[in-house]
Design a protein around this ligand. Structure first.
Ligand code: NDP
Length: 338
């Protein structure tokens, strides 16, 4: 007898689903993408045809009424996540939701509470925790490879590709801007690597060339974590050639990751300590498939998702603090004394 398929519904005919998540769901044995909901019926049907999805709906309610859908992946623009998660929970569907979970921490808390009440799994799609590089960094830090971690530097200034230069740049009401888009990932990655929580934020942001409507397209911030560590984050949409990376510096060694703040299973790690410098071997695998696998296991009652709802809430909370610091925090004015 063939095992019944666990059906997924996509809420949002999005780029991230097309580029990464449909394949990641299909990589799970016994799981299938069975439906997509788009606000535009024509585009939804075209998307379903392109990606071989059986049903296209022009409303979230219609998708949630489909008994073939057991879980939903929500990748609409950020202002829609809250209502869509609540509706999915009411319909008894498990929820994998994109980051930032919501525009406010209060909304994100309400989403998690609704899923708890409905007894459905809720997770946040913070993919970087699933990277082999970041998992190896976490393992080494926990094993004491660099002694006490004191500082972290995150290099996440990238160029927003032309096909994504839409709502992120000009729709504050959709949660646009680099801080809710990229800084939130940095925070989540650091929380994962350090097993620590950010407690203070300072920062400055710029609107250099891409963003409008009061949104930021570049930011530099510093976070203090509850273990005393200071982390410096550099995030941008506007920088073409910086490359990404992360460094964790401890009192007995330094770990350096290059090309690791990315969606792809790439990047290198180096450990430097009193014994010298050496490459740390990493076996790469799809970040998104690994995250979906953990979510599927959690649906079966086996363990937790890679990034839980609470991870999404905490990472959003710190990103909101960074944005507040950038927009109105204390900056000591430097006046030319000469
Ligand atoms: P998109 O702009 O591709 O999709 C967002 C919404 O825009 C879709 O729900 C869709 O609406 C609409 N849309 C998509 N393509 C078109 C089009 N050609 N014409 C008109 N409307 C269109 O956004 P992303 O996929 O980049 O991001 C979606 C979510 O995923 C966000 O929350 C983002 O933060 C997150 N994200 C997460 C990543 C990760 O690695 N975890 C990476 C990238 C994004 P409709 O619902 O009507 O179909």
């Amino acid at each position: 007898m063939t095992k019944p398929v666990i059906g997924w519904g996509l809420i949002g005919a999005s780029t991230i689903a097309a580029e990464h998540m449909i394949d990641a769901i299909r990589a799970q044995p016994g799981h299938a993408v069975v439906a997509v909901a788009s606000t535009d019926a024509t585009r939804g049907r075209a998307y379903a045809a392109t990606h071989g999805i059986a049903s296209a709906y022009d409303s979230v309610a219609a998708l949630l009424a489909d008994p073939a859908v057991a879980a939903v992946y929500i990748s609409t623009t950020n202002e829609l996540h809250h209502d869509q998660v609540l509706a999915a929970a009411r319909a008894g569907k498990h929820v994998l939701c994109e980051k930032p979970l919501a525009l406010t921490v209060a909304d994100a808390l309400a989403m998690a509470a609704a899923c708890r009440r409905a007894n459905v799994v809720m997770a946040t799609n913070h993919h970087l925790r699933n990277a082999a590089t970041h998992r190896k960094l976490r393992e080494l830090i926990r094993a004491g490879a660099i002694g006490k971690p004191l500082f972290a530097r995150v290099f996440h200034a990238v160029h927003l590709p032309p096909h994504l230069q839409g709502w992120r740049l000009d729709k504050p009401q959709a949660g646009g801007g680099v801080i809710l888009d990229i800084t939130v990932h940095d925070v989540d990655t650091l929380r994962f690597l350090l097993d620590a929580e950010p407690v203070e934020a300072v920062g400055m942001a710029q609107t250099a060339s891409m963003a409008r409507e009061g949104l930021e397209d570049g930011a530099m911030s510093v976070l203090r974590f509850d273990n005393g560590l200071l982390a410096q984050l550099h995030d941008a949409f506007t920088v073409k050639f910086a490359g990404t990376g992360i460094e964790i510096h401890g009192d007995a060694g330094s770990l350096v990751g290059r090309d690791v703040m990315t969606q792809r299973p790439i990047g290198t790690l180096t450990l430097r300590d009193a014994a010298g410098e050496r490459a740390v071997p990493v076996e790469h695998e799809s970040l998104y498939a690994r995250g979906v696998a953990a979510f599927c296991a959690a649906m079966r009652g086996d363990g937790s998702p890679a990034a839980t709802a609470e991870d999404g809430i905490r990472s959003l909370n710190a990103a909101v603090a960074v944005r507040e610091a950038c927009r109105g925090g204390i900056a000591v004015r430097i006046v030319d004394p000469v």
